[in-house]
Design a protein around this ligand. Sequence first.
Ligand SMILES: [Zn+2]
Length: 461
Amino acid sequence: MTTPPLPAPAAPVSAMVRLGYVRRQLARAYPGLPTELLGYADGGQPVVVVAEGSAGFFDGTQPYPPAPTWREWRGRRVPFFFDAPLGEPLLTERGGQVFVAADVVAAAFYLLSGWQEYFSDERDQHGRFPYAASVQQQYGFAALPVVNYYFDVLKTALEQATGQQYAPRRWGPQRAEFAAFISHDVDNLRSAWKAPAKAALGRGQLLRFGRLLWRHLTQPDAWDNLEAVAAQVAQYGGRSTFFILPEHRRAPNGTPNADYQFTPQFRHRLRRLQEQGCELGLHGSLGTSIDNWALIGELRRLYLPGSGLRFHYLHWEPYRTPTMVEWTEVIYDSTLGFAEHYGFRHSYCLPFYPFDFATGSEASFLEIPLNVMDATLHHPRYLQLAPSEILPALAPIFAEIRRFGGVASVLWHNENFDPTNERNGPREFHALMRHLQDLGAAFRTGREIYSEFVAPPGSSR
Ligand SMILES: [Zn+2]
């Protein structure tokens, strides 16, 4: 993969821009929080004063800040970028003001904006920013939503200053402590027979090969299972969000897109799923994350005005994709997770509006970050967890999300509902769903999460 040319931001990222962006995301995490009382010492007379600690970092184009210091906050060791050099106490009250010693506004902006991805020229063979090049990997905090801890610091400071308490967001009519977003990228509907048939052919078992081929030609494929997938998610009171890939031709480099064609019959079937309450979104084919017209073309083919989006192979080019998605009618994206590791790619467990470096402001679409992808858990190039290791690995992630009223976003491909998959298959999926149910998650489609987040229930909007 060729390295992209390093872009400079089109708009300057001043302290005011960073503060404004962080305030807006913070206000959405804690409804009613008076974030306007928060600022730097030189900006009016803030009640909560954050120490400016970024020392010109955002005037440059370095992808990585100086190493963080580690502080204990709410029982966790949390990395603080742009911290005070002398290890002063994090919060100090003086003359009616609360002082925050670490520049958590700069640190939150750094992580939420994806600054490292924008200014790094590291890309993997699929053109993606690699987990191996991230600060999350370098300092080992992929499983910790660090920005939520920064926001908790700011919320605590505002509570001290105002004497009022502010609660995290709640989800659904039952006011659940967190939401779970269960989605399925539909890459394959017709290829379950291929691996066993190839193996039979390789072993010279021609009779078995013939039987598999005959079954393939006369019966539905085991991966042609969207209705069964929807029924399995419905057992938990959830409704599936399917991301549909309307391109079956391979990418120019040979990487496959869909193994099925987007026919009128298939469209009819999808409509039936929609009528049952399932949601459909676009699974943008390879190349659509960097090609505006290709993306618009696929949205038109699918004809889902105001839909959600996830790019195939989780492809995302930070200095092109956000601006492009803004030009479409897409209301939310759910691409941003590391393919190689579960957890928090932007160190945040709530939906947020991505920062657009081209305009120097927040993008118009919502990001619902991806936390867990089935392929991450067992794949030759990702992790190789044993089935018994999956839930113990993921349980701490879900506990963090619940702590901050976030969204647990889980991608389980329909092909991994095949009962012959005993590594990251239906059994592992159901264990995970039972766990989420036991924790009290509100199961929500992407669109429901979008609607609640933009206008919470009970609000007048
Ligand atoms: Zn895909």
